[in-house]
Ligand binder design. Structure first.
Ligand code: NDP
Length: 453
């Protein structure tokens, strides 16, 4: 049977664009549909604008430190509309790059919503139907609000990049990556930030000691963090225009803006997937095997829509592995083990492998950990602390986990991650000469375990 395309990709985010381009460069006839903007969550409403906001938010501390180092300067004030204009111009530029890359690879694009009509057919929103030998689902995810009375008054991370003005008082709800990152960003930009998290400590699932330090430092920098606290009800105060929030700790407070960062759900609604036999999981994610194949053999899925490890570089790898498997005859599973990641809080947290708690469940371990005031900040009179931590298997001596809380921890963990991924032992770390004077040198100079178990 002749198909219109060898591959039809749904979703123009990092994963979908990469898979489409690589398949097309290999000679496949490829189409891609995107209903919103090219670049997807990462480029348009995630990693990229977030990181630019992180940079913007760090200048107050940088200028303060500069003064402590003898510079005669003061921070002045931050002009959100100026920054926002530049930010969106940059996102427009990047979207253009994505479009160009697709066009340059010969991928045909459709700027519209589509749905799956059968195992080999895509229906475009204008009613046209296109057939494809393979369909790749790469629609990503979307923020979800928890179902609280009045939640329509709150924004999510999608809207935070478009605010007309920065609020004076902001409530951030949640304790995951997004909540903690934005609590820090907004605090750095001069917003009075309150954060409610329902659990006992933010960043659940990460190493206890590391997330404890992040939470402590966030509070020290001015984020008013309330643990064990959630929103019960919200209403608009018509007189003041602010949002009245009643919370589970009994507080009733007013905020100028509320942001929910309470998780994300895969974009699988109204796509016709279950009608054609694609199995979805409890959160609406596409259920796939190690080769990203769904329960319908001609339909694969990659990235956040599969809710495996929801990170851009993972989606890209899944896209490349899909092309290798399906178009190059080389079945390639994606290795989801030992993925380094960074949380761009202030200070940042970089992490790879097992937390101390997970490792202890698995086998006897030695824990090496040091926490100290880094030279630059200490000289500037700050009390900021950083943390370097290694979890080592007592039997194999391998480093099972590495956790860093420090300015630049994202950069550090990328490099430490290579050693951990290669299976480096504690003795391999010890054999490596320290780079002096740096913060990261502590990762190779920790002599005795602080705990064993
Ligand atoms: P997460 O799943 O990380 O966190 C969701 C948070 O919301 C948790 O603290 C959760 O609490 C809380 N929550 C969930 N439901 C409710 C509820 N009903 N009421 C109150 N709180 C609730 O999601 P995010 O939205 O922060 O991020 C989504 C994903 O995006 C991340 O997992 C990550 O993979 C990716 N990401 C990566 C970044 C990076 O690499 N730097 C940056 C941003 C996002 P609890 O812990 O109790 O479940």
């Amino acid at each position: 049977m002749a198909f219109d395309y060898d591959l039809f990709v749904i979703g123009g985010g990092s994963g979908g664009v990469r898979a489409a381009r690589v398949a097309a460069q290999g000679g496949a006839h490829v189409a891609l549909a995107e209903e919103s903007r090219y670049g997807g969550t990462c480029v348009i409403r995630g990693c990229v604008p977030k990181k630019l906001m992180v940079f913007a938010s760090e200048f107050v501390d940088i200028v303060e430190d500069a003064r402590a180092f003898g510079w005669d300067i003061s921070p002045g004030s931050f002009d959100w509309p100026t920054f926002r204009g530049k930010l969106h111009a940059e996102l427009d530029r990047l979207e253009g790059v994505y479009r160009k890359l697709l066009a340059g690879s010969g991928v045909e694009t459709f700027d519209m919503r589509v749905r799956v009509a059968d195992a080999h057919t895509i229906e475009l929103s204008d009613g046209t139907r296109k057939s494809a030998r393979h369909i790749l689902l790469a629609m990503g995810g979307w923020p979800v609000k928890p179902g609280i009375a009045g939640e329509e008054l709150a924004i999510t991370s999608n809207e935070v990049f478009h605010l007309d003005h920065l609020p004076k008082r902001m409530l951030v709800v949640g304790g995951g990556y997004i909540a903690c990152e934005f609590a820090c960003i907004l605090n750095g930009l001069g917003v009075e930030v309150t954060q409610y998290y329902r659990g006992a400590q933010v960043l659940r699932g990460f190493d206890d000691e590391a997330r404890g330090l992040v939470a402590e430092e966030m509070q020290q920098k001015g984020v008013e963090l309330h643990l064990g606290t959630n929103v019960l009800e919200m209403k608009r105060d018509e007189a003041s225009g602010s949002v009245w929030v009643k919370s589970t700790n009994g507080d009733e407070r007013e905020f100028d803006q509320v942001m929910f960062a309470t998780g994300r759900a895969p974009n699988t609604r109204d796509m016709g997937l279950q009608d054609v036999g694609v199995e979805l999981g409890r959160n609406g994610e596409v259920v796939v095997d190690a080769y990203s194949q769904s329960s319908v053999p001609s339909i694969h899925a990659i990235g956040d829509v599969t809710d495996r490890v929801n990170l851009t570089p993972v989606a890209i790898r899944e896209g490349m592995a899909f092309v290798e498997t399906v178009f190059n005859g080389n079945p390639t599973p994606v290795d989801h083990d030992l993925i380094p990641t960074a949380i761009f809080t202030q200070p940042e947290m970089g992490t790879i492998g097992l937390s101390e708690e997970e490792a202890r469940e698995q086998e006897p371990v030695e824990v090496y950990c040091t926490s100290f005031k880094p030279m630059q900040q200490a000289f500037a009179g700050r009390s900021d602390r950083v943390l370097m931590k290694l979890i080592v298997s007592r039997e194999s001596r391998k480093v099972l986990g590495c956790h860093i809380v420090a300015p630049g921890a994202g950069e550090m963990i990328q490099l430490a991650g290579i050693a951990v991924k290669m299976g480096a032992t504690k003795e391999d770390f010890d054999r490596t000469v320290a780079v002096h004077p740096t913060m990261a040198e502590e990762i190779v100079t920790m002599k005795a375990p602080v705990r064993t178990g």
